[in-house]
Write a protein that binds this ligand. Structure first.
Ligand code: NAI
Length: 781
């Protein structure tokens, strides 16, 4: 090729990265791998092949773990955990720092092996994945160092079972392993079957770095092995990244086990371009959003929403830009788009795209490499918002696009899927972008950017994109638990007695729904007695229809989430004032129901608690996180939405206040189910609410059987979270039924919490009442 021709075509010559070091490492290991358990590799056994998706060549043979392997790995992790935790924050920080350093020294080897195994362009594994992996270990070395001073009331969870996908093999490992180790846990991790090699290299590096035996254990195999890990009785915490479908199964499989769970699942993230955006920058951002890692990114900007006035121009620019994407050998440093991870994924992408007969399809016209798993970057325009390809993850280099007219329509389209992982908003008008950002339901929002990540900035979704955060202070929550608290909660049976006419004027019991008293749908009520069998009154038995009405009322009160913290504080203070005015009535009722004289103390504690949450309403703030990219990541505290709260049985008033307080202080709406054995105070309590300027629907109160209503609440698609501190033993059913829309759950697993003490209030509650929403904004030079 002459120089003139080169200038005319602007073709690049091949610039492949040298893979000899990575192949030498594979040869060193004998090309056959066992698991990494208790500080050593086990002998290779029956297994499967790991191939290079760019050319189909076999890289190594991996071992399919058996139940016995998983048991041994969990046992090793358990044995190592106490000592690892006792090493203290500084001791662990030194180990994490050593891991970061050894990863840095071996960055090239790691990056090349990652590209060989996964098919991602070396440019990405070298410049994005590996730097982020190192950063994660450095950052968490710091978290280990600070744990004792900054998180004095938290302790490690124990043994963590972690299952990760194939799209960012080493990065997902780092996201899981670094915080777990920092907080004093040990891990058993299973990489995805397509991409296990860098996890095994990581194990080798941990050994070289002198990490104590058993702290990190890696077992290989398919989904069945994943299932063995997540259901293992001696695993205390499960962390999963992968498909929503498998996430749902894991939620069901771990229900009632007491295991902590975080799920980072799929997405169909909107990429919103307003007509005042810098269109050329938005095009480059879009390349990073959907063609980064061949679109196999959970937070890929896979749904383009572009404002009508610029849509044609934007699509033209986009098609032109797509033509200049270079597709081919991932080891080539000039390549933009590499190979899809496996033929199975290529088939899945092709089937979804071929199955679409609507819209207009544009694919990059280029000769794809003859062998290997390649798929051309593709744009499909003109699909209806309800179209399957607009709703479901394609998980490939395929962008779907539609247009909008107004900012409101953009928000409505952006929120029009079951997911809520990430979103990009492009506009040169920051007023507009920052008005839109809080309105999009997603865990991460990039303003004038896309696919930016950092260890300091929490990452994770809302809705069916899962729950929990990785990174930042919020990511540590899942790897710690409050110190102590193992006492079992005894069930409380309602008092019994003779039913008959009540003393005085008969009071017709009602539920409290949408700010009004509502007759129970079924018309049933239940008598409440004193311990000596005296009839104290009647309470309605709510049924599923009442519950649905209450949820609908709560849904309708969404404006509460947009009120200011100051305003919410005022209302909480007002409630305390009104409760105080009727303190004697409440105390008397509690004493009558429970016997004894605890009523006065409970009312006093309830008033105090309302003050606590009034105080927090305008103080449980977000943070601004310094990230090593031009910009800043705002960690905003967003309300969870509609919370179903099944109140503690043992403290009828204080329990209700302890659920309601944090929920509404943070801008949520609640549907509360009052104490089952001691419900009577609920009706007096809603009179307090009625006189406290609380908008209707923000708090709804039902009475009825916890066991009957809990599964309905947990399965309701319009409930975003369920909390239960009931003594009825309903934790399992709540967790299992919550899998439908993957709502957040917070259940007591039968353990006692003393509502009169500090453990009955505070940060744990405020954190459960909020989602950290990370908003990346341009900032500084
Ligand atoms: P997957 O969710 O099946 O696999 C992820 C990991 O979970 C792997 O390590 C797998 O072995 C393990 N696993 C599978 N079944 C399990 C079970 N019952 N219990 C415990 N672990 C289990 O994802 P897959 O099949 O590899 O990809 C299918 C689709 O999932 C993709 O096309 C994409 O749409 C989505 N996906 C989303 C990811 C994300 O980051 N959100 C990552 C990978 C896939």
């Amino acid at each position: 090729m002459s120089v003139k021709e080169i200038f005319e075509t602007m073709n690049y010559g091949p610039a492949p990265e040298d893979a000899s070091e990575a192949f030498a490492w594979l040869v060193d290991q004998g090309d056959r791998f066992g698991h990494f358990i208790d500080g050593d590799f086990t002998s290779p056994d029956e297994g499967f092949l790991s191939r290079n998706p760019a050319n189909g060549e076999t890289l190594a043979t991996l071992t399919q773990a058996t139940q016995a392997d998983v048991d041994t790995a969990v046992e090793a992790a358990r044995k190592a955990q106490g000592k690892w935790a006792r090493l203290g924050g500084h001791g662990r920080a030194k180990h994490l720092y050593a891991i970061a350093r050894i990863l840095q020294r071996n960055a090239r080897l790691c990056a090349v092996l990652e590209t060989l195994d996964n098919g991602k362009p070396i440019r990405e594994s070298r410049d994005i994945d590996l730097p982020l992996v190192q950063r994660h270990f450095y950052y968490h070395a710091g978290m280990a160092q600070l744990m004792e001073s900054e998180l004095p009331d938290r302790e490690p969870v124990g043994v963590c079972g972690q299952v990760i996908p194939w799209n960012f093999p080493l990065l997902m490992l780092a996201w899981k392993v670094a915080p777990a180790l920092a907080m004093g846990n040990t891990v058993v991790l299973k990489p995805a079957e397509y991409t296990s090699l860098t996890a095994l290299l990581f194990a080798d590096l941990c050994r070289q770095a002198g990490l104590p035996k058993g702290v990190v254990n890696i077992v290989t195999g398919d989904g069945a092995v994943g299932e063995m890990i997540v259901t293992h009785p001696d695993v205390d915490k499960v962390a999963f990244t992968g498909s929503t479908e498998v996430g749902r199964r894991i939620r069901q499989a771990t229900a009632g086990s007491g295991k902590a769970l975080t799920l980072e699942l799929g997405g169909k993230s909107p990429y919103v371009v307003f007509e005042d955006a810098d269109l050329d920058s938005a095009i480059e951002g879009l390349v990073d959003a959907i063609w980064f890692n061949q679109g196999q990114v959970c937070c890929a900007g896979s749904r383009l929403l572009v404002q009508e006035g610029v849509a044609e121009r934007f699509h033209d620019k986009l098609r032109a830009r797509m033509q200049s994407l270079r597709i081919g050998n991932p080891l080539d440093k000039c390549i933009d788009v590499g190979a899809i991870v496996d033929p199975v994924q290529v088939r899945a992408i092709s089937e979804m795209v071929e199955g679409c007969t609507e819209g207009e399809r544009f694919s990059v016209a280029t000769d794809l490499p003859e062998s290997g798993c390649f798929y051309p970057p593709t744009l499909i325009t003109g699909l209806a918002p309800s179209h399957r390809l607009m709703q479901e993850e394609i998980f490939g280099p395929v962008l779907v696009s539609t247009t909008f007219r107004t900012p409101d329509e953009a928000v409505q389209l952006a929120n029009n899927t079951r997911y809520g992982l990430a979103a990009s908003v492009w506009s040169e008008n920051l007023n507009l972008a920052l008005d839109i950002a809080p309105r999009i339901e997603a865990g991460v929002i990039w303003v004038n950017g896309s696919n930016m990540f950092d260890a300091a900035a929490g990452f994770g979704g809302v809705r069916e994109s899962g729950f929990g955060r990785e990174g930042g202070w919020e990511g540590l929550r899942a790897y710690t638990r409050p110190v102590g608290r193992t006492r079992q909660l005894a069930g409380i049976e309602p008092n019994t007695g003779e039913n008959g006419p009540a003393e005085g004027i008969d009071r017709t019991p009602k539920l409290y729904i949408g700010g009004k008293q509502a007759r129970p749908d079924g018309g049933y009520s239940r008598a409440v007695f004193s311990p000596r069998g005296k009839l104290l009154g009647q309470v309605p038995e709510a049924n599923r229809k009442d519950l649905r009405n209450a949820v609908e009322a709560a849904r309708g009160a969404g404006a509460w989430g947009r009120t200011s913290g100051h305003q919410r504080a005022q209302i909480l203070y007002y409630m305390a004032e009104n409760l105080s005015a009727r303190a004697d009535d409440f105390a008397h009722k509690i004493n009558e129901m429970k016997g004894g004289r605890s009523g006065e103390k409970e009312v006093e504690a309830s008033i105090r608690r309302l003050f606590t949450y009034a105080a927090w309403a305008d103080k449980f703030d977000g943070q601004a996180r310094g990230v090593p990219i031009r910009g800043i990541a705002l960690a905003m505290r967003a309300p969870v939405g509609v919370i179903g709260a099944i109140c503690p049985d043992e403290a009828p008033l204080l329990g209700m206040v302890s659920m309601m307080g944090p929920a509404i202080a943070m801008g949520n709406r609640v549907v509360m189910l009052a104490s089952e054995p001691y419900p009577l105070v609920y009706a007096d309590f809603y009179q307090v609410l009625d006189t406290s300027d609380l908008p209707g629907g923000v708090v709804n109160i039902l009475t009825g059987k916890h066991g009957t209503l809990a599964p309905v609440m947990a399965a309701h698609m319009d409930v975003d979270a369920v909390w239960s501190f009931s003594s009825s033993g309903i934790s399992e059913v709540i967790e299992r039924e919550s899998a439908g829309n993957l709502k957040r759950t917070w259940v007591n697993n039968g353990l006692v919490r003393d509502w009169f003490l500090a453990e009955g209030e505070g940060r744990d509650f405020l954190e459960a009442a909020t989602e950290v929403k990370t908003i990346w904004v341009p900032y500084g030079a």
